[in-house]
Ligand binder design. Sequence first.
Ligand SMILES: C[S@@+](CC[C@H](N)C(=O)[O-])C[C@H]1O[C@@H](n2cnc3c(N)ncnc32)[C@H](O)[C@@H]1O
Length: 228
Amino acid sequence: MLYQDKDYKREAKYIASLLGKNDITNGSILELGSGTGKHAEEFAKMGFSVHGVDLSPEMVKQANQRGKNDFVNQLYFEIGDVRSFKIDKKFDAVISLFHVISYQLKNEDILAFFNTAAKHLKPNGVFIFDFWYGPGVLTDPPAVRQKRLENKDIEVLRIAEPVMYPNENVVDVNYCVHIKQKESGKVSELNETHKMRYLFIPEILQFSSTWFTLKTNFAWMKDSTPDF
Ligand SMILES: C[S@@+](CC[C@H](N)C(=O)[O-])C[C@H]1O[C@@H](n2cnc3c(N)ncnc32)[C@H](O)[C@@H]1O
C-alpha cells in the first residue's frame, strides 16, 4: 500500500528501453532484489522471462503468486542473498531496481553484489541498477517526512526519521507506521529501520571494475546524466 503511487509499468518500460538500446528486446532477465515481483510482471508482459531473487520469504511468496496466473512459464522467484546467489544459468540481462544496491552497506557486500551480477551474464549482457545518489543526499540531506494513506478499511500514517552516518555513507531511515482500523478505531504501531548506503559514481566504477565497464549513467527515468 505504501508504494501504491509507484509506477512500476512506466519504470519497467524505461528499463526495457535501456535494454533495447543494447539490442536486448526479449530473452532472460535475472532480477536481484525482486521484492513482490511487480517490475518482473511488467517485463513478462513484454515477453521477457524473469528469474527473481530476494532475501524476504514473504516478498518471494507474494511474487510467486503473481507468477501463478498468466506468466507461469516466464516468472520464477526464489529466496536468496544477492551477495552469494549462484545458479548454473546465464542471462541476457541482470537488473536490480529501487535501490537494492543501497541495502548492501559494506564495501565487501557491494563487491559481492557485482560479482553475482557478472557471473550470471552472457557475453555482452548488460547489468542495469539504480542507487541512492550520494551528491543528492549530501546537498539535500534526508529530513523527517510524513506520508498519509488510506483505503476503505484503514488509515496509515508513516513517519520517516533519518539519522546520517557520513563517515560510512549510510543513513538509518527509522520508520514509524501508525495503522488505524476505521471501523473499530483501533490503532497499531510498527517500527522498522532501513539502513541504506548512498553511493558516488567514482566508487561504483571502482567496485565494479573487475567485471564491468560503464556504458551510460542516467538520472532515474531520464536520458541525461544525473545532476543535483
Ligand atoms: C526497496 S525494496 C525493492 C524491491 C523491488 N526491487 C521493487 O522495486 O519493488 C529492496 C529489496 O531488496 C531486498 N534485498 C536487500 N538486500 C538483499 C540481499 N542482500 N539479498 C537479496 N535481497 C535483498 C529486500 O528484501 C527488498 O525486497
